[in-house]
Design a protein. Structure first.
Length: 318
């Protein structure tokens, strides 16, 4: 009986395979953690959605869909890496392309806002500055390029039918974890509001809020949800300066710098108003309280995740 000889594997080949397997697994884990950390909680997901508003997307519903697809794509790349699907022809190039896009966006953020705050690459699980995230992306790009040389695994015979199933599962998962809701309809209020207390002190608003249409946001310097609202308001203000947004802040002034460092909302007109009773009389018992006011009459009230620029612009025209 003739013995079938097995191909000789050199030590360097085995070392490359071991190193390649470890690096491939590490890359997949990073993509899984990155995707899941952006969507595991409402706060984390909101931050990622607003990234696309910051890029110029004019609808929070559209931004929400894009955010889910992008997270799904991260899951897809992780699964394709783990299952060795189309590594050299698709997965490696796609990893490099995605990381290059993210790096370019982070560069724009640094130019516009400086290297401050949390970039959101790992949601609110692990905070990273934009510059640290760029370093992370460049390392991952370098690792991927290395993998193309030391780990070019031959395609599996069954990957043509495995790939669609994995791809479908990855892209659908974010819509299951964070079900899509297109509800941006503001709550109808229809009541008057007395804004005169804002003009009673030495420091007054630099605009007349009692006349005309205004989006007035009553926020607390210490409230996490208020910071989310302030971040989104500054995005809308930057993209649509024609929408008259005004922020009324309450809380200890010691938190002011921290608030603006996190929200970048210092360019939105605001007033620091520390009369607690007067603040509650206007805002109500909970914050953030975002009111759509016309000539001292509150037409609508929205939560921070219902602030849709398209709906605001339509309200301005009516």
């Amino acid at each position: 009986m003739t013995e079938i000889s097995r191909p000789h594997r050199s030590p360097s080949f085995i070392i490359k395979r071991i190193i390649g397997s470890i690096l491939l697994l590490a890359m997949a884990v990073v993509f899984i953690l990155s995707g899941f950390s952006k969507i595991y909680s409402r706060n984390a997901f909101d931050g990622f959605v607003w990234t696309f508003l910051d890029l110029g997307i004019n609808s929070i519903s559209t931004a929400g869909i894009i955010a889910r697809v992008m997270i799904g794509f991260e899951f897809l790349l992780a699964l394709f890496l783990l299952f060795h699907i189309f590594l050299k022809s698709f997965t490696y190039p796609a990893v490099i392309l995605l990381l290059t896009i993210f790096t370019g966006y982070l560069g724009i953020v640094i130019l516009q806002q400086g290297n401050t705050g949390n970039c959101g690459c790992f949601g609110d699980v692990y905070a990273m500055t934009p510059l640290h995230a760029i370093y992370k992306n460049l390392i991952m790009i370098a690792v991927t390029i290395l993998l193309t040389y030391i780990y070019p695994i031959k395609p599996f015979k069954t990957q043509e039918w495995i790939a669609p199933m994995l791809g479908m599962a990855a892209l659908v998962a974010p819509f299951i974890i964070a079900p899509f809701s297109g509800d941006t309809q503001p709550e109808v209020i229809n009541k008057t509001i007395n804004l005169s207390p804002l003009y009673a002190g030495d420091v007054k608003p630099n605009v007349e809020l009692r006349k005309g249409k205004h989006i007035i946001a009553f926020l607390s310097l210490t409230c996490p949800h208020c910071r989310k609202a302030a971040y989104l308001l500054q995005v809308i203000h930057k993209q649509h300066p024609e929408i008259p947004i005004y922020i009324v802040l309450s809380g200890p002034t010691a938190y002011k710098d921290e608030f603006f460092n996190e929200t970048h909302a210092e360019n939105v007109p605001y007033l620091l108003y520390n009369n607690t009773d007067g603040f509650v009389a206007m805002a109500g018992n909970s914050v953030p309280s975002i009111l759509w006011v016309t000539d001292g009459f509150v037409s609508y009230k929205t939560t921070y995740y219902q602030m849709d620029p398209k709906r605001m612009l339509a309200w301005m025209k009516n």
